[in-house]
Design a protein around this ligand. Structure first.
Ligand code: NAP
Length: 262
């Protein structure tokens, strides 16, 4: 029988996975199982089957992803395997077990042609391979999951965990460097804690299935964000605004998300 309180989290050592681990400690009434890539590789159907046999979760939160945008462009098949095939595997097992799939996606499904924040049903048109794999993954969930949620977020960062823009800027600032940052791409930087809380809200309230946007409230450029980071940490570094060099990877010049109210 399904355990209505069991929540299995994939990719648990990523920045969002680790934030969820921290946040879940404050939530009573649920039994959380956090599995790292070493414990559950979502591209391996036998590992997924074994995990579902063992834990029989009511919810599967997919924090696993191939998130390296540059590597995705150079080797799209690697990103495809995780962000599309892995997501198909999870959709299938969730359907078989009547489990609810909560899958995380990205603002990079959009092309940036819009000039006001993107809403859930705006047309996706990814500009790069990473965005395309995430788009295909979310499309599969929407079409095939019996009970699936897509939570899109934007410019995700944790102050505590993982590799991200926030922590990169801090580490550059701490060695006193001047820092060049692009000024012509706009987004909504989102703290992983906000997304973790949003996921928990979905689990508790079970709104209609579909796409949800969860992002920071402020639209800004990477340059603005870098200034904000050094200022809030009292570093004196000079941030130097530069234009994007789209060399290998195209990125949307404008990808803020408008939050979904739940
Ligand atoms: N980072 C952003 O700016 C951003 C923006 C918008 C949306 N998102 C989305 O938000 C979600 C969480 O991202 P994040 O920033 O927390 O990513 P992250 O820090 O890169 O974490 C992803 C985790 O997934 C693991 N993983 C990779 N391949 C796997 C596989 N085959 N099976 C199981 N686990 C696997 C990674 O392990 P290894 O590190 O060992 O490979 C890593 O622990 C993703 O869906 C991402 O697309 C991210």
């Amino acid at each position: 029988m399904l355990n209505y309180k069991k929540i299995l989290v994939t990719g648990s050592e990523g920045q969002l996975g680790r934030t969820l681990q921290k946040r879940s400690a404050d939530i009573n009434g649920f039994d959380w199982i956090f599995l790292s890539k070493a414990e559950l590789d979502i591209t391996q159907t036998n590992e997924i089957q074994a995990a579902f046999n063992k834990y029989n979760p009511k919810f599967c939160i997919n924090c696993a992803a191939f998130t390296d945008v540059l590597k995705s462009e150079k080797k799209p098949s690697l990103a495809f395997k995780v962000n599309v095939e892995g997501v198909k595997n999870l959709t299938h097992i969730c359907n078989e077990n009547e489990s609810i799939l909560i899958h995380i996606s990205t603002d990079y499904v959009f092309d940036g042609a819009k000039k006001i924040p993107y809403v859930e049903n705006d047309k996706a048109n990814p500009l790069n391979a990473y965005g395309m794999t995430k788009y295909l993954g979310e499309k599969h969930v929407l079409r095939n999951a019996n009970f699936g949620y897509i939570i899109r977020t934007s410019w995700l960062y944790s102050k505590n965990f993982g590799r991200n823009f926030y922590r990169n800027i801090l580490s550059e600032a701490s060695i006193g460097n001047e820092i060049e940052v692009v000024k012509d791409q706009y987004g909504t930087p989102t703290n992983t804690e906000k997304v973790a809380d949003f996921i928990i809200k979905i689990i508790v309230s079970l709104p209609e299935k579909g796409i949800y946007h969860c992002a920071g409230e402020e639209v800004m450029s990477w340059y603005d964000f870098a200034n904000k980071i050094v200022n809030e940490n009292n570093y004196p570094n000079k941030i130097i605004p530069i234009n994007s060099n789209y060399g290998v990877v195209k990125r949307p010049s404008y990808s803020p998300l408008k939050n979904t109210d739940i």
